[in-house]
Design a protein around this ligand. Structure first.
Ligand SMILES: Nc1ncnc2c1ncn2[C@@H]1O[C@H](COP(=O)(O)OP(=O)(O)OP(=O)(O)O)[C@@H](O)[C@H]1O
Length: 446
């Protein structure tokens, strides 16, 4: 976080265009133009200012490139971004050094919106977590999460089953609890049952209860989870795992509002709202005959899809900060925030375990972090950074493919320019131009 008097500054080694300066100024960034070749020139940075350095290679000659790479190596603590022209030859050692030292790079024409967003991330702009006063436990202001919140508000007061779908760890149980808390049943019990974790031979008795002596070991009458939640809400997680007999009992409860305890023929009237969740494809289970179709339709009256975390990248930093703050309240730890690179990794990672994985990684990182900032290594996300920055932009890929094609063809044709031009279906002049562009000195290639 920045103090009130600190300013945000881009130290631009190169030549920003007028439009680039204006867009940065509009986004609250001062631009200080600097020269990579001029030693020790002051650029008016004060302690406490937020500084991002820009290595603008668009017009850099070979000497400037070398100077730039050296400058970056001498200032490894500065967050560096690189700007390339479409013609920048990436295979040169100097450009490679610049790219390796950069957190991110942009190829002309520069996408100013992405650049400003990246600068914001580097400055630690983590919007305050959006919690919804009326919807407990739900955090996130991404469009996907706002749609979820709108559905929760709509579905909560309606006394119908809701089928919550979504990958593991997306917050299906959190959503079910929110539905209960928002509903008129809020002061009655809420029971969350993982159907997949119940032993198959005990499912009926666990859910619907049993009478004394109904099976070996049933020493006393016992009411099941449904009866215990009378007047409230029962959330059946992994409902697809229910065995066939329990599916019949559940269907009856939904259709007639009654249940029978195991070992009894007496129907008990019960008022309970059923919410169910699945991370498997229930439609497929129905098609394969593993799940009753009539039960599927009963459960699937209202449907709520919890988005995967990678679909709501806007929420990742907010959630990460929320989890870190919560951890700090309970434990002694130095970590207060995330480094620029860590924030980038958090946004770029695909989060197969969704919010649960984010929570686990943040807590582990908070324990192992030495300083005030959690690093990429603390989060164990180094691979994300390596893979991402290893990726080429389209411009870079094209440039490098073009160079490879020219080099290969020149070698094949034993450096016969006319033959190479014929094979590549371009003029001789173009071959000479391409050699110049890619800094290919013909004699060196023999
Ligand atoms: N929007 C959110 N805001 C804050 N915490 C969340 C949010 N969504 C999920 N969590 C947290 O993430 C963890 C996983 O959530 P939850 O158990 O609800 O996921 P799930 O989809 O039911 O998982 P599974 O399919 O494995 O049962 C919990 O610790 C929960 O508190």
């Amino acid at each position: 976080m920045t103090s009130d008097t600190s300013i945000r500054c881009v130290v631009w080694f190169g030549e920003p265009t007028g439009i680039e300066r204006t867009r940065l100024a509009q986004a609250g960034w001062h631009t200080r133009v600097a020269d990579a070749n001029a030693q020790g020139n002051g650029v008016g940075i004060r302690r406490g200012d937020v500084v991002v350095a820009m290595a603008d290679l668009r017009k850099a000659d070979i000497d400037t490139l070398g100077q730039m790479a050296k400058l970056m190596a001498d200032h490894p603590r500065l967050p560096w971004l690189a700007l390339l022209s479409a013609e920048t030859v990436v295979q040169t050692p100097e450009v490679e050094r610049v790219l390796r030292a950069s957190i991110d790079f942009f190829t002309a024409p520069i996408d100013m919106q992405r650049l400003i967003e990246t600068l914001g991330n580097l400055a630690g702009d983590v919007p305050a977590p959006i919690a919804y006063a009326d919807v407990p436990g739900i955090t996130g202001s991404s469009p996907a999460m706002m749609a979820v919140v709108a559905s929760l508000r709509k579905y909560a007061p309606v006394d119908l089953p809701v089928l919550v779908t979504g990958e593991t760890g997306t917050g299906k149980e959190v959503a079910a609890r929110a539905l209960h808390k928002l509903s008129p049943r809020r002061d009655r019990p809420f029971a969350a049952i993982n159907c997949g974790a119940l032993p198959a031979n005990l499912v009926q008795s666990e859910l619907f209860g049993h009478e004394r002596g109904s099976f070996t070991g049933a020493n006393a009458r016992r009411i099941g989870h449904f009866e215990a939640a009378a007047g409230g809400t029962v959330f059946l997680d992994e409902v697809g795992d229910l065995p066939p007999d329990a599916q019949i009992s559940l269907l009856r409860l939904l259709q007639e509002g009654t249940l029978e305890r195991v070992g009894s023929t007496q129907s008990i009237k019960l008022d309970v709202r059923v919410l169910a969740a699945t991370h498997v494809d229930l439609e497929k289970a129905v098609a394969q005959g593993r799940f009753r179709e009539d039960l599927y339709y009963r459960l699937n009256v209202l449907r709520l899809r919890m988005p995967a975390l990678r679909e709501r990248a806007d929420d990742v930093l907010q959630l990460a900060q929320l989890f870190l703050d919560a951890f700090r309240k309970q434990h002694d730890c130095n970590a207060r925030t995330f480094s620029a690179l860590a924030r980038k990794a958090l946004r770029d990672f695909s989060w197969p375990g969704n919010v649960r994985e984010l929570l686990n990684r943040v807590q582990r990182a908070a324990v192992v972090a030495e300083g005030a900032q959690i690093s990429v290594a603390d989060l164990d996300l180094q691979d994300v950074i390596t893979t991402r920055t290893g990726h080429s932009s389209l411009g870079l890929t094209r440039t490098s493919a073009e160079r490879d094609a020219v080099v290969a063809c020149l070698r094949e044709t034993r450096f016969n320019i006319s033959e190479c031009a014929r094979r590549l279906k371009v003029s001789r002049v173009t071959i000479y131009r391409l050699c110049k562009k890619h800094q290919l000195v013909l004699e060196d290639m023999h």
